[in-house]
Design a binder for this molecule. Sequence first.
Ligand code: PEP
Length: 249
Amino acid sequence: MGKMIIAGNWKMNKDLDEAVQLVEKLKKGFKNKNKVEVVICPSFTNLSSVNEIVKDSDIKLGAQNMYTEEKGAYTGEISASMLKSVGCKYVIIGHSERRQYFNESNQFLNNKVKVAIENNLTPIYCVGETLEQREAGKVEKVIKEQVSEGLKDISADDLKKIVIAYEPVWAIGTGKTATPQQANDVHVYIRKLLVSMTSEAVAEQISILYGGSVTPETSNELMGKSDIDGALVGGASLKADSFADIINY
Ligand code: PEP
């Protein structure tokens, strides 16, 4: 079991006032009785203001994406050091929406993961199959490619610093959650891959989160499974009450 982590991915939602209101409510509602690490990932424009609210609390800040270069003529991009400067500790890398709409490849994401680690940001590296791939019996093949290519040439010491999120694409934003058993089976497989890349001791320390239509109704059973070390939550993280129910499990 890795450390329990529950991360909220706000995606492209919430203007500044809405983001501030949401995080203030969340800060009041978070009891942290189980000492879970809670991470919220607002959009870039809200990071600095949200950081002012959470910086002295148990809630950690994360970004939803970053670029590989440190600085320069890359109009519209954001670097790892910029994220650090506004208080980010985590960064989501390779969300299926980035893979799908922005054509981010495993090779490109491998660079991002390395740059995040060099900058002391914890990457939440996302993997997951589409419905078509699942129905064609290709879950393990797809996951193996995403894990081995996306985490290529990263030392065991550095692999300890990453978090993996298994997010079946067919379960994201669709209301269809993988059953706890379906999810856990893939988590066990991911951990097996990590053992082959490092060692049992290292693989045991890596947190593997589940994401895909997680709600307060489904989160407990999912997180009770042997190899599920937390959740990456989209829709249900946009309402203080539902996210509080999930993080105060
Ligand atoms: C996500 O965006 O990572 C996600 C899992 O979204 P949702 O919870 O809305 O399915």
